[in-house]
Design a protein around this ligand. Structure first.
Ligand code: PAZ
Length: 377
């Protein structure tokens, strides 16, 4: 039997799937406004010959209903993205921060997490009772405030939120197109935790799924909550069958291939790979690099992601980047040690992003130099 066209060229099929995604899943209502903001921002920095990093951060959701009450979420607090953004700004980049709404943001992250409530940094002045920053935190907060003000003054940080995986994909594509004029000066740092599975618009029910059998609806096509599925039509992706909630998700098309080959062919592209099984990490990171042919995969394990990451690239091979031994725990944790046992309970004394970002910026400088036909100074 002759092989089919898709067997000859799987990537053609993948491209078609992704294009199909954008014709069958609706554009988010505020997309045009967000893209306009980004265009102005990018043009401004392109004129100033500044490098621009698009950082994605936080997890995407998969709504189960159109009028969403229930959704599936992806793990990510936004620490990697928000922390990296600060170091990219420090390295002279302009940053588009594409983040999950209400996840951690550059600068405010120091005071907004549940373990870092901003009120704990404040006190009443013994002089007049006014609310002031506690003397213990003056130096640290003053530094963060200065860097935050500088980013605002120089207009180097653009915050764009997403919630669902659909919003994320539309935004990523739209922003990538806007970044094309930057050529090699554009950089994608894809730290967001993006859903691998989703509910396509045509299989999404409109209303809240009813758990009580008395209220199950029989209609299909996304307008009811019933199982439906007669006449060869697929049932809504989330529906009740008797007392059980059935969730049947479609795979999210592999957008990284299109980003690399079509949406941003000249930019530097860095993806992250998260695993929990240590024995899979290196293989999976290598596999992603081979499959998508981009510049760098940064592998990390859930429990040790703040202590060590694995860089995998064609030029550099495989290289672990680790918080130096002896600086692995904050003294406040009282658990100084070199081992990475119980690390999820502790915070490193050095932010690993302060090691990751300069490495990435160095690789980016080489790519830019190569694209301009010169050597890095
Ligand atoms: O946001 P966070 O700091 O809690 O976690 C960051 C991360 C682990 C989500 C990120 O480093 C990452 O690996 N992102 C890609 C996840 C993936 O494999 O899709």
């Amino acid at each position: 039997m002759a092989p089919s066209h898709t067997q000859f060229n799987g990537s053609v099929q993948k491209d078609a799937e992704m294009q199909d995604y954008f014709t069958t899943n609706p554009q988010p209502p505020n997309l045009d406004r967000q893209i306009t903001l980004a265009r102005t921002f990018i043009n401004h920095h392109a004129t100033a010959h500044r490098r621009v990093a698009l950082i994605t951060s936080g997890g995407t959701t998969v709504p189960l209903e159109n009028q969403t009450v229930r959704f599936i979420d992806n793990f990510s607090a936004g620490t990697r993205g928000a922390t990296s953004a600060e170091y990219f700004l420090e390295a002279g980049y302009a940053v588009i921060f594409l983040h999950r709404q209400f996840s951690l943001l550059p600068y405010s992250r120091h005071y907004s997490h549940s373990t870092n409530c901003f009120l704990d940094f404040m006190t009443h002045s013994p002089v007049d009772g006014a609310v002031v920053v506690d003397s213990e935190y003056q130096t640290q907060m003053s530094g963060v405030l200065s860097r935050y003000r500088q980013a605002k003054k120089e207009n180097t940080l653009l915050l764009l939120p997403f919630v669902t995986v659909n919003e994320y994909l539309w935004l990523l594509r739209g922003l990538a197109m806007q970044m094309q004029p930057l050529g090699a000066k554009g950089l994608f740092y894809l730290a967001a935790a993006v859903s691998d599975f989703f509910v396509p618009a045509e299989r999404m029910v409109e209303h809240k799924i009813q758990s009580s059998e008395d209220f199950h609806q029989k209609s299909t096509n996304g307008n009811g909550n019933g199982a439906g599925g007669g006449d060869g039509e697929r049932a809504p992706a989330a529906h009740m069958e008797n007392t059980r909630l059935i969730i049947d998700l479609d795979p999210v098309p592999k957008f990284l291939k299109l980003l690399v080959d079509g949406w941003a062919p000249q930019s530097m592209i860095i993806s992250f790979k998260l695993e929990t099984d240590p024995s899979l990490l290196a293989n999976k990171a290598r596999g992603a690099l081979e499959k998508y042919s981009h510049h760098l995969v940064i592998g990390n394990k859930l429990n040790t992601r703040k202590w060590e990451v694995l860089f995998v690239s064609v030029e550099g091979g495989e290289k672990w980047i680790r918080v130096p031994a002896g600086r692995r725990t904050k003294s406040m944790s009282g658990a100084v040690g070199d081992g990475l046992e119980d690390v999820e309970l502790r915070e490193p004394a050095v932010e690993i992003e302060s090691l990751i970002v300069p490495e990435v910026a160095g690789m980016h400088a080489e790519l830019i130099a190569k694209s301009e036909g010169r050597k890095v100074q």
